[in-house]
Design a binder for this molecule. Sequence first.
Ligand SMILES: [Zn+2]
Length: 284
Amino acid sequence: MNLFSGLEKFGLKSVASMQVFEEEQKEKKEMDTAKKETVHTEEEFLFDKKMACSVCDKEFKTKRVKNGRVRMLKSDPDLRPRFQFIDTLKYGITSCPFCGYTAINRNFEHLAPVQRKLVKEQISSQFKPTILYDEATISYDTAIDRYKLSLVNAIVKKGKASEKSYICLNLAWLLREKAATMPESVPGEKAAKAECLKEGETFYEQAYEGFMKAISQEMFPMCGMEESTVDYLLAYMAFHFKKYDISAKFLTSVVTSPSASRRAKDMALDLRNEIRAILAKQKQ
Ligand SMILES: [Zn+2]
């Protein structure tokens, strides 16, 4: 059947064999296949940023995430950020390869003269210049080393409790992620994986204790986090360590906060229900 009969008068002779939908579907299918076949590498979302070291003044390049290009996915229940195709946490640290001065990106350039002196004396004087990474992307092992180096720097420069806690939190998240990629088919591998998870737990505990201290000493925002975000984070960590009373207290503060987002309040309500269910089960 020629659906286009009557159009001949317009001189459109070839329309008789046209199909309304089939070609379109085929094209869409081809497009979908092409979409699926595009393999994204972490490297695509990175660029080299030139930095001047706040301690030794030397210039070096550091890997940074192209913020405009990455797509945020749903974060974990403890707010660990997730992005498509890349684990941005690995790129949260800037480290001078010459003198060892290392800090979280947002703090790298902010160093008081007295802190500079402390880093020079206690880090740079012993630091052996090694290229911490010279590859296109950063591995979990390298990222973990960089965060640990930043933690040592934060201790030496007498950094804020929130800064040290934030580093510990990121270390916990990275160690957990590294553990997830580790094999466990033989006893040796199982032990190594368990060790990695245990180390992550230790840093998680340090982060929890540190943030508890920070909220009694510091002003918000802390490491870019507003009060309701830190309250939710503490609620989740307290829940993780089975300190349900403390968790409930922080959750109430999120739920009743005038500045917390709808999403934060919903997450807090979900967690509160989870705790109630656990407590009810314990009573039985
Ligand atoms: Zn330096």
